[in-house]
Write a protein that binds this ligand. Structure first.
Ligand SMILES: Nc1ncnc2c1ncn2[C@@H]1O[C@H](COP(=O)(O)OP(=O)(O)OP(=O)(O)O)[C@@H](O)[C@H]1O
Ligand SMILES: [Mg+2]
Length: 156
């Protein structure tokens, strides 16, 4: 399946997409979030984590690298690797333990962890656009292909 291109006009639309992503993934998978500073990676992550049922704040894990969530029987991990100096640090923090097939992992700045991260199900690339943001959804696994097929129909 080819990539899916979506245009989202504002923060509210971004959060709404996040909510649908939480539903189609059913709280399991590995998603890379790419895009420059301020692109909207954390905004989308907040939509996803809230969509899983989390009611509290979703803070950017810029300094902690990872923020864990337990929502009912769903586990989610939100990473921001922007401040990672050496990708080898990921080994020391036991990154492999997070990539359980039953957990949902969202990773901002995955390129900072090159060589130490598994292949994602889905890579979302966010770029500024004159009417908000363009999102490119690239499915890299069979389950992500079905997520994208569902999302493409709804967010046209
Ligand atoms: N679709 C959209 N259209 C216009 N503005 C948006 C859209 N989505 C998010 N924004 C705004 O863009 C900003 C994105 O900030 P956010 O923290 O989500 O970016 P980020 O990609 O996580 O940045 P960083 O790399 O610093 O972590 C917020 O001010 C948000 O309101
Ligand atoms: Mg962010």
């Amino acid at each position: 399946m080819p990539e899916v291109i979506l245009f989202l006009a504002d923060e509210e639309a971004m959060v709404a997409l996040g909510q649908r992503i939480s539903q189609v993934t059913q709280g399991a998978g590995l998603i890379f979030l790419e895009g420059d500073l301020g692109a909207g990676k954390t905004t989308l992550s907040r939509g996803i984590i809230r969509g899983l049922g989390h009611t509290g704040a979703v803070k950017s894990p810029t300094f902690t690298l990872v923020e864990p969530y337990e929502i009912g029987d769903v586990r989610a991990f939100h990473f921001d690797l922007y401040r990672l100096v050496d990708p080898e640090e990921l080994e020391f923090m036991g990154i492999r333990d997070y990539f359980d097939d039953d957990a949902l992992c969202l990773i901002e700045w995955p390129n900072k962890g090159t060589g130490f991260l598994p292949k994602p199900d889905l890579t979302i690339t966010i770029t500024p656009h004159e009417h908000g943001r363009q999102l490119k959804l690239l499915p890299q696994s069979p389950r992500a292909e079905s997520w994208c097929a569902a999302l493409a129909l709804e967010f046209k």
